[in-house]
Design a protein around this ligand. Structure first.
Ligand code: MG
Length: 394
């Protein structure tokens, strides 16, 4: 106990030092936030936010131009942390389900004396109701933002990850016409990213996408079939063809329930096979071992950074490859995902570039690689002119 108290005390001193050194940053984060210096109560509020996509986005099965998001704000003893629940419709969460969950979570958070106990807090939050993973992640992300600020460090540093190890980030080219594919591939290439291509339509359409991209660039391609291939022999033929086109990996080639068939495919595939739809939470990782080469972690599926960090450790222990992905998200959730980037083989954190009204700034992409911001917590700065009305009801 003595050690823990000493630790908390020094953490407080560090945070105080940060406040002295960087008053403008603290101010930018706390605009509109209630004054809580000296109030040691975890106060959760939220604000629905409609992310407007720059372009209509099409993947196998759906098209859309907006994404519902609920942003969260946690205040505690003068600190302010932000979180986010991004809810593409196919995941089953809505503005109402998220805000109902947050209403229930608010009094639970108040029962904890400090935001430092993230593990115990998230266990309690997780037990409020099943599913609601994005809503849970919005609490987890805000807790990490605030605790990182109290410690005066970003999470990738607290975890001891080396930001120089961040891989090239991928930029998604959705299902589109020949001309659109060409345009997007050129854009991605110019920025130095890998290109991520959504396949899983007809063989003709899938091969047209790849050949079209190869007309303009030989940049490495990541494939996401979104469970689109239903036959393992067809999938293997496609992968062997893709292997001649400078493709580096295949995400979710077959339906998530076709585990045995996927294991057959992974054994024969010349390219790594990554689980996305099949991998939601920590408990899935062990089940997928031996069937997939690795896992795609997404904070909105796994309830946030606390569980994501546990998935990283387990996957590493099982010698599985790691990737971090995202939904259409603002820079809040992208900045959280970026903390994990240094230990991943691939990062697919392009959600904030797909939206026209991002409300924060944090991590950046430098020469095609995502770089988490070297600033306390998630390193978020609210963009100029953004006016978010956070509120809470119980
Ligand atoms: Mg995917």
């Amino acid at each position: 106990m003595t050690t823990r108290r000493t630790f908390l005390k020094s953490a407080g001193l560090l945070a105080a030092a940060a406040a002295v050194v960087n008053p403008s940053k603290i101010f930018a984060r706390t605009i509109g936030a209630p004054k809580t210096k000296g109030v040691k109560e975890i106060n959760l509020e939220w604000c629905p936010f409609e992310a407007k996509m720059k372009h209509v986005f099409t993947i196998s099965g759906s098209s859309r131009s907006t994404t519902p998001i609920v942003l969260t704000r946690i205040t505690y003893d003068g600190f302010t942390g932000y979180g986010e629940a991004a809810m593409p419709p196919y995941l089953g969460e809505t503005y109402n389900s998220a805000m109902d969950f947050l209403k229930k979570a608010r009094p639970v958070l108040k029962t904890f004396k400090s935001p430092f106990m993230i593990g115990e807090i998230m266990e309690k939050i997780d037990s409020i109701a099943t599913n609601n993973c994005a809503a849970k992640a919005s609490i987890d992300i805000a807790l990490h933002d605030i605790v990182g600020q109290m410690l005066g460090q970003p999470w990738y540093k607290i975890w001891g990850f080396n930001p120089e190890n961040c891989p090239y980030n991928s930029f998604t080219v959705g299902l589109a016409s020949h001309d659109e594919v060409l345009k997007k591939a050129k854009e991605a290439d110019a920025e130095g990213h890998l290109i991520k291509v959504k396949l899983g339509m007809s063989e003709k359409q899938d091969k047209m996408m790849i050949d079209t991209i190869r007309e303009v660039t030989n940049t490495t391609i990541c494939i996401d079939a979104n469970q689109g291939w239903k036959d393992k022999h067809y999938a293997l033929d496609m992968i062997n063809w893709l292997n001649t086109k400078n493709v580096c990996m295949i995400e979710q080639p077959m339906p998530k329930l076709m585990l045995e068939e996927t294991g057959w495919l992974t054994e024969r595939s010349p390219l790594p096979i990554m689980a996305d739809e099949a991998c939601q939470r920590l408990s899935d990782v062990k089940k997928l071992h031996g069937y997939y080469t690795g896992i795609n972690i997404k904070l909105m599926k796994c309830t946030g950074l606390h569980e994501a960090r546990e998935m990283v450790s387990l996957a590493q222990a099982l010698n599985m490859k790691l990737m971090i992905g995202c939904m259409t998200e603002t820079s809040v959730a992208i900045a959280a995902g970026a903390q994990i980037a240094p230990v991943c083989e691939w990062t697919d954190l392009d959600g904030n570039w797909l939206i026209a009204n991002d409300c924060f700034t944090s991590s950046t992409v430098v020469d095609g690689r995502i770089q988490p911001k070297d600033a306390p917590g998630l390193g978020l700065t609210m963009n100029k002119g953004v006016n978010l009305q956070f509120k809470a009801e119980e």
